[in-house]
Design a protein. Structure first.
Length: 407
C-alpha cells in the first residue's frame, strides 16, 4: 500500500505572537484525523501536515486504544541496556505492529578520549515488568535542555492496569554486609553520581563500565574519576575485585558493583568471600500501580496545560507520546526529517499539537536523527518505516515504544 494512500492533512489554526517571535500558541485539528488506516484492531495510523512557526512540518501518528484487550504496549530494546538497534529491527524482533524510538542516550564520548560510548539510555527503563535501569544524574544527560521542574527521573509508563500515565521513578537500593550498609547510587547506568556505588547486572550487556565513572553530577564533560574500584558478587559473596571497571557480559545471578571516589573507598573495605546482599528497586512518585512498561524522556504537557518554560525558538525533528481518555489512549507522534520537512517543531509547538490531538498529558522522546515511526501495512509480515529519518536511514537506538496486537 503506497504512502499516498495513508496521507491526510491536518489543518492547524495557529495564533501567531509577534512578541514571542511568531511562535505557535494554539493549534486545533479541523475535523480530526481523516483517512486513518487500521494497522490492527485498536491501532490506527495516519499522517498530516502541520503549518508551524518556521515552515511546514509533517507528522506521522499511531493511535493506540488501550481499552482493546488485544492491544498492549511495551519497551522494545536490543536485549541489553548498553546496546542499540534500528526501531524496525526492534519491532520485528518482538512482533510489534507499530512503534517509535524512545529515550535520549549516551551517543558519543568526544570529551573522554579512549572511553567507549555505551549507547545506554538516560532515564529509567522497565520492560515486561522488569526493571532494567535507573536514571543518570541530570548533568549527565544527552539531549536538549530540560524544561524547568523536570529531570531525568521523569517517565511515561503503562501500569498493570493497562493505563498510561506520566510519573517519576527513583532508585531505592543498598549494598549490605554484616557490618555496613551502603546506599546504591545507580543501576545499569552509563553515569553514576559522584561518590557512589552502582550495580550492574546481566541486563547491562558487554560494554565497558568505565564510562560510569566519568563526568560529574553537573558536568558531563568533566574528567573521569581517578579513584575507582569494582567487585563481583556471585551467589551472595564477593568473588573478585579490580581497580578499574571492566567489560564483557555479566552472568545471570552475578552483580558487579562499581564505585567512584568515596564509593570506591567503601568497596575497598570489603574482602574476598565476604557475604554481600545487593537490593534495588524503582520507586514511583505518583502511582501505586506496578508498571509493566516505562521509558524515559521529559513531560511537555500535564493536565491539558503546557509546562512552563518550554522552548519556543528551536525547531527540530521530534518524537512525542500523548495520553488521553484517563490513560486509556496513547498517541505516538514522529515528524519527517526529509529535506522538504526539516523545519520541524519547537517543544512548545509539540505540546500544542499533542493537546489539539486530544492528549491531556504529553511526553517528549529523543528526536533529530533518532526520530523513527514504524507500522505494518495491512497484511504485511514486517513493519515499514513511515517517516523519513533525518539522515536518510534509521539511527540505531537503545529502546522504543512497541505496540502489540494479539489474535
Amino acid at each position: 500500500m503506497g504512502r499516498g494512500r495513508f496521507r491526510t492533512v491536518l489543518t492547524v489554526l495557529a495564533v501567531w505572537s509577534v512578541l514571542a517571535g511568531a511562535s505557535l500558541v494554539g493549534a486545533a485539528p479541523a475535523g480530526g484525523a481523516q483517512g486513518a488506516v487500521q494497522i490492527a484492531p485498536g491501532v490506527n495510523y495516519t499522517d498530516f501536515d502541520i503549518p508551524a512557526a518556521k515552515g511546514m512540518a509533517h507528522a506521522h501518528v499511531i493511535d493506540v486504544d488501550l481499552r482493546n484487550p488485544r492491544v498492549s504496549v511495551d519497551l522494545m530494546h536490543p536485549g541489553a541496556v548498553a546496546a542499540r538497534a534500528p526501531v524496525s529491527q526492534l519491532a520485528d524482533a518482538r512482533g510489534a505492529v507499530a512503534g517509535v524510538n524512545g529515550d535520549f542516550f549516551n551517543i558519543t564520548e568526544v570529551q573522554h578520549p579512549g572511553v567507549e560510548a555505551t549507547g545506554a539510555s538516560v532515564g529509567p527503563a522497565i520492560a515486561s515488568g522488569r526493571s532494567l535501569k535507573a536514571a543518570v544524574p541530570d548533568g549527565q544527560r544527552f539531549g536538549p535542555a530540560l524544561p524547568p521542574a523536570t529531570n531525568t527521573k521523569d517517565v511515561l509508563g503503562v501500569g498493570t492496569d493497562r493505563r498510561a500515565r506520566l510519573d517519576s521513578l527513583a532508585l531505592d537500593g543498598s549494598v549490605r554486609t554484616s557490618e555496613t550498609r551502603l546506599p546504591l547510587g545507580g543501576l545499569n547506568q552509563y553515569a553514576l553520581p559522584v561518590g557512589t556505588v552502582g550495580a550492574f547486572t546481566s541486563h547491562w550487556g558487554s560494554v565497558s563500565r568505565v564510562r560510569a565513572t566519568c563526568g560529574t553530577d553537573t558536568d558531563r564533560a568533566a574528567p573521569c574519576s581517578a579513584d575507582t574500584y569494582e567487585v563481583n558478587v556471585k551467589d551472595g559473596r564477593i568473588v573478585s575485585s579490580a581497580d578499574t571497571p571492566g567489560s564483557g557480559p555479566i552472568a545471570y545471578g552475578t552483580t558487579v558493583l562499581v564505585g567512584r571516589d568515596a564509593g570506591a573507598q567503601e568497596l575497598r573495605k570489603l574482602s574476598l568471600g565476604e557475604r554481600v546482599k545487593v537490593r534495588h528497586r524503582l520507586v514511583a512518585a505518583a502511582s501505586r500501580i506496578p508498571y509493566r512498561f516505562v521509558v524515559g524522556g521529559y513531560p511537555v504537557l500535564r493536565g491539558g496545560q503546557p509546562l512552563a518554560g518550554l522552548d519556543n525558538a528551536t525547531s527540530a525533528v521530534r518524537t512525542a507520546a500523548g495520553i488521553s481518555d484517563g490513560g486509556k489512549r496513547l498517541t505516538l507522534l514522529a515528524l519527517d526529517g526529509a529535506p522538504e520537512f526539516r523545519t520541524g517543531l519547537t517543544i512548545a509547538e509539540v505540546a500544542a499539537v499533542m493537546r489539539q490531538l486530544g492528549s491531556a498529558d504529553a511526553f517528549s522522546l529523543d528526536g533529530g536523527g533518532s526520530t523513527t515511526l514504524v507500522a505494518r501495512e495491512p497484511g504485511a509480515a514486517a513493519v515499514s518505516v513511515r517517516n523519513h529519518p533525518s539522515a536518510g536511514a534509521e539511527r540505531p537506538v537503545p529502546n522504543g515504544i512497541g505496540v502489540f496486537s494479539r489474535p
